[in-house]
Design a protein around this ligand. Sequence first.
Ligand code: PXL
Length: 287
Amino acid sequence: MDDKFLRVAAIHDLSGFGRCSISVILPVMSAMGVQVCPVPTAVLSSHTGGLGEVVVRDLTDFIEPCLEHYKRLEIDFDCIYSGFLNSQMQIDSCLDFYATYPKALAVVDPVMGDHGKPYRTYTPEMRERMKELVHVADVITPNLTEAAMLLGTEYSRTPMTRSQIKSVLARLGEMGPKMVVITGVEMATGEMANVGYDKENGSFWYVGCDYVPVSYPGTGDMFAAVLTGGLLRGDSLPLAINRATRFLEIAIKTTFSYSTDTRYGVMFEQALPYLMQNEILSGFSIL
Ligand code: PXL
């Protein structure tokens, strides 16, 4: 009976304070009617974005036995979704998860950095090996920093033309995934956008969003969670990007209106009912 409903294994960290990773993925996907089974890669007192000395407990030795337990239970997953990883060995464990459930939607959020810089804990070896996860993924959701790391190009803050971002999407598609979504792209027109590429039908998509002059941690996690929930519920790629973009826009603008400390993350809790409406959207266009 329970198997009729959508179930996701989310291989990500659990950060207590600051609204990122499992702390946002769980409520967001639950609101979308999707069951999340967290597979924590580490437990942290907060995210690592400027909140001082963080208390961390690595869980590298937890992931593989966790997978073994799920195999013994003979439960199935509709999606395996990996995000923030805490060691190189965890990349092997993620590869094992993807290989064990070949029919599941393989979502890889290649969390590695932001604003042109790698996160402190992401070693050059881990960044190199992230390509192995991208290779087996159905869907990847890098920001522009992560896209540059994957492609081995220089990160540039210069706004992009439509043809430039299409080329980035297509080159990431050549690395393996069927769908590529890049978040937080500043366009030469001055607009901010999230863009996508569906390799199977060769389509490129554009969803613009209102610019807010601050940046919050965890927005990439929240975006990937809504996108994944949407795809699992049957959204086309542009519909899912549109849904994730609108949700983030509501949550970010609400937060900005309160002038809170940006390190505390996005006040998305009041916006969760939006995800329950399963509204049909049309705010996307061809890229
Ligand atoms: O949102 C990405 C993320 C996830 N997990 C941890 C982080 C960050 C970004 O800073 O520190 C622990």
